[in-house]
Design a protein around this ligand. Structure first.
Ligand SMILES: C[S@@+](CC[C@H](N)C(=O)[O-])C[C@H]1O[C@@H](n2cnc3c(N)ncnc32)[C@H](O)[C@@H]1O
Length: 187
């Protein structure tokens, strides 16, 4: 079940909304992280720079084969051999990754679905102890250049509430100007 309002504009337009390396650095993506996963990788806007910043593999999951093809092409273009693309519906079939197998989960622009809790629950299952979740999402602000309708935009406090109810520790919240907020959580 594709998450509502999760279609993508042209790749160039999407890239211009972010400084992916800076955002990943702020959210604690670095060489101390071995394996990571991005739920809904899209064009690989964040998967590709993250692949360069970690020490192990990054699993890039998306329901759309075209998105995975672009991510794969982008990885090959950058000579990266640690990007594992997986075509899968993670809402109806979870991630398919092993329990307690990854160090970092990226939930980037994906938490406006009907049941965001499911993604936190699956993240908790696949994360090792002390593993981290990094979140970014569009601010609750009608002036953002894009983003899902305000009625379905998740707010930082909702993310933190869900995460805490599942036993995650809230590490920090960030203002990722111009349009996003960020959150880090620890299992
Ligand atoms: C808004 S885009 C975000 C892409 C990327 N995370 C980023 O921030 O650049 C959401 C992505 O999630 C994918 N997606 C939506 N529903 C999904 C599902 N149920 N299972 C797997 N991927 C899904 C879409 O195809 C799309 O590529």
């Amino acid at each position: 079940m594709k998450i509502r309002e999760s279609g993508m504009p042209d790749e160039k337009i999407w890239e211009d909304f972010f400084n992916p390396v800076k955002i990943l650095e702020i959210l604690g993506v670095n060489k101390n992280i071995c394996d990571a996963v991005e739920f809904g990788c899209g064009f690989g806007t964040f998967t590709i720079p993250a692949a360069k910043m970690i020490s192990g593999k990054i699993f890039a999951i998306d329901i759309e084969p075209e998105m995975l093809d672009i991510t794969k092409k982008n990885a090959i273009g950058k000579k990266l051999d640690n990007v594992v693309t997986i075509q899968r519906d993670f809402i109806t079939k979870e991630s398919g990754l092993d329990t307690e197998s990854v160090d970092y989960v990226m939930l980037f622009n994906i938490l406006h679905g009907e049941e965001p809790e499911k993604l936190f629950e699956e993240s908790r299952r696949i994360l090792k102890t002390n593993g981290k979740i990094g979140i970014i999402h569009w601010n609750y602000d009608p002036k953002t250049a894009r983003g899902p309708p305000l009625e379905i935009r998740i707010k930082p406090e909702q993310c933190i509430e869900i995460a805490k109810s599942l036993g995650f520790v809230h590490l920090d919240t960030y203002d990722l100007k111009p349009y996003h907020f960020g959150i880090t959580l620890e299992k």
